[in-house]
Design a protein around this ligand. Sequence first.
Ligand SMILES: Cc1cc2nc3c(=O)[nH]c(=O)nc-3n(C[C@H](O)[C@H](O)[C@H](O)COP(=O)(O)OP(=O)(O)OC[C@H]3O[C@@H](n4cnc5c(N)ncnc54)[C@H](O)[C@@H]3O)c2cc1C
Length: 295
Amino acid sequence: MFLPDFRFHQPITLQDAVGLLMQKPNAAAMAGGTDLLVEMKKGLRLHDDIVSLAKIPELKRIIEDEQNLFIGACSTHSEVMASQLVDNYAPALAEATSKIGSEQIRNTGTIGGNICTAASCCDTAPVLLAMNAAVEIARAENIRIVPLRDFFSFNKKTILEKGDLVTRIIVPKTRPGTGTCYEKFGLREAGSIAVVSVAANLNIHEAFITDACIVIGAVAPTPKISDQAVESLKGKKVHELTEDSPSLEEAGDAAVRDSIPIDDIRGGAQFRRDVLKVLTKRAILRAIKNTEIGN
Ligand SMILES: Cc1cc2nc3c(=O)[nH]c(=O)nc-3n(C[C@H](O)[C@H](O)[C@H](O)COP(=O)(O)OP(=O)(O)OC[C@H]3O[C@@H](n4cnc5c(N)ncnc54)[C@H](O)[C@@H]3O)c2cc1C
């Protein structure tokens, strides 16, 4: 497996990167290259021009305003994990990135590359969806913001068009009374991709669940918000949701009803359903606990 020939561009401004992607007929953006180069080596993709994003400083910044975190698309998973802002306001995202691949992959792969690959098993999207994140996209002179829930169109497909570059991911900050978490099941503890994953984001006020988002990963063509699990949780009293309680069982079953798992080398569809139920219940219990400890 050798990489095919291509022209390599390393712009230092966003404007130049966007310009190159628009002008060159068959160009691809490259952040860490941990997905792109593997696919090119395997002959699954062929590009005449590769536009590296590695030297554009603004794509690596993690900043905040009153309400949101703005995470530069080229922040590596290790940088996201190490960010104090992420730790303070999106701890489940730090948790999800810490579970990605190996240290080498986390030091090279980026959060933007992770969502642009749009694999249903990718680790950052479930948490970002659960937190109602949005994606900032640049093309030519224009910047637009798209909710992440509208970003994935199918497995490994996004709404990005020629010349589009993801510049930042906008993540609403967690507020008091919010508990989030990420559960991942892989075939090994380290270095394996998700067979099933679940992200939970619960809002609790006076012991009632006032708002919730449950996202299921690797059990549908894209990471998916489980509307049925969300409905089953809203308005529930927290102490109705104890281990093995009927309400918790129902939330787990609801997530399974929203899944469309496949059989593949990592697990059969029924195995995935069984694991999904367990992970959903575990994620809900942990998110409730995280609310109590102020996460
Ligand atoms: C050994 C190994 C283990 C892995 N383990 C995991 C794992 O546990 N969990 C997981 O989720 N993933 C895993 N991955 C997949 C991969 O590492 C991640 O998806 C990573 O985040 C991809 O980021 P990247 O910067 O390397 O993307 P790249 O390979 O640079 O790009 C991926 C795709 O996104 C496009 N792209 C990149 N950045 C942008 C941008 N800013 N705007 C528009 N398009 C863009 C590229 O054109 C390309 O199509 C693994 C990969 C390997 C090789």
